[in-house]
Design a protein around this ligand. Structure first.
Ligand SMILES: [Mn+2]
Length: 279
């Protein structure tokens, strides 16, 4: 499928939670003119504690570099887990331009602010201890989820259901975290006279018009496996590469093909440590 732009965030390469195979499937299915990587692509925080780097994660990096080499506009907007890159605002690494934020002009004339969004997250900004505490709980959930999917397979239940995603959605609704985040971003883009924002960080994908301003979140490639694509007419679409069971009956038009075989993947790579991540 050919689209004008792809927006992805929160891939968390270098961690156990990263769903690199799903991302490879998605990248193989979608060709684009622009590829925007909106933060937390490589998780340097988690890699300080132990690297989990798989052949599939290697391939993700190689595929992205190759797309850039072949004329696709690739932009990296750093997030909080790859914040070291923020020092390189405006610098091109090979064919990849690093920008802390960017205004994207869509094909329909709308102007979107692209940024990761952690600056607007009151929890990681003002209550770092809470974020760390949440991180530990979240890691436990992701592990429990791995067991749960194994059990589902044993019971021959089709599809995938994310316990961590479910719990997070519940918990965050309770503290109205997502609401505050969206609200802060919407206010910021309105002040700047823009039509919308495309961000990441909270691992919760959405395309939500709020009083004439559009809030768009790319989601993540840790448990929801979502991306935003811009079609040639400027229309934005949320693509779920990993369809949750609950929504399986309303099949997505762009379901992603099966994972690549082992032979298709390069054999290099290190696997060590055990880390999962949050935000
Ligand atoms: Mn983040």
């Amino acid at each position: 499928m050919k689209v004008r732009s792809i927006f992805i965030s929160d891939v968390h390469l270098g961690t156990r939670g990263c769903q690199a195979e799903r991302l490879l499937d998605f990248l193989r299915d979608y060709e684009s003119e622009n590829l925007f990587l909106i933060g937390d692509i490589i998780d340097f925080w988690a890699m300080n504690r132990g690297i989990h780097w798989t052949p599939a994660q290697n391939t993700v990096v190689q595929k992205i570099l190759r797309r850039a080499r072949h004329g696709e506009q690739v932009m990296l907007i750093p997030g909080n887990h790859d914040e070291a890159m923020r020092e390189y605002d405006g610098v091109s690494f090979g064919d990849i331009l690093v920008r802390c934020e960017h205004i994207h002009l869509a094909a329909d004339g709308r102007r979107y602010l692209l940024l990761h969004g952690d600056e607007f997250d009151q929890v990681t900004r003002y209550h770092r201890w809470l974020a760390v505490l949440g991180d530990v709980g979240y890691n436990l959930l992701v592990r429990a989820n791995a067991w749960l999917s194994r059990l589902r397979r044993l019971l021959r239940r089709p599809g995938y259901w994310s316990l961590a995603g479910y719990a997070k959605a519940r918990v965050k609704r309770a503290v109205s975290f997502v609401f505050d985040f969206e609200d802060a971003l919407i206010r910021a883009v309105r002040e700047r006279g823009l039509d919308g924002v495309i961000c990441g960080h909270i691992h919760s994908a959405a395309i939500r018009p709020i009083d004439g301003t559009v809030y768009v979140n790319c989601g993540d490639w840790v448990d929801s496996c979502t991306a935003i694509v811009e079609h040639h007419d400027g229309r934005l679409e949320l693509v779920r590469a990993w369809q949750p069971v609950a929504a399986a009956s309303t099949a997505t038009p762009h379901a992603v093909s099966p994972a690549p075989t082992l032979d298709e993947l390069p054999q290099a790579g290190i696997i060590c440590g055990a880390e999962t991540v949050r935000l």
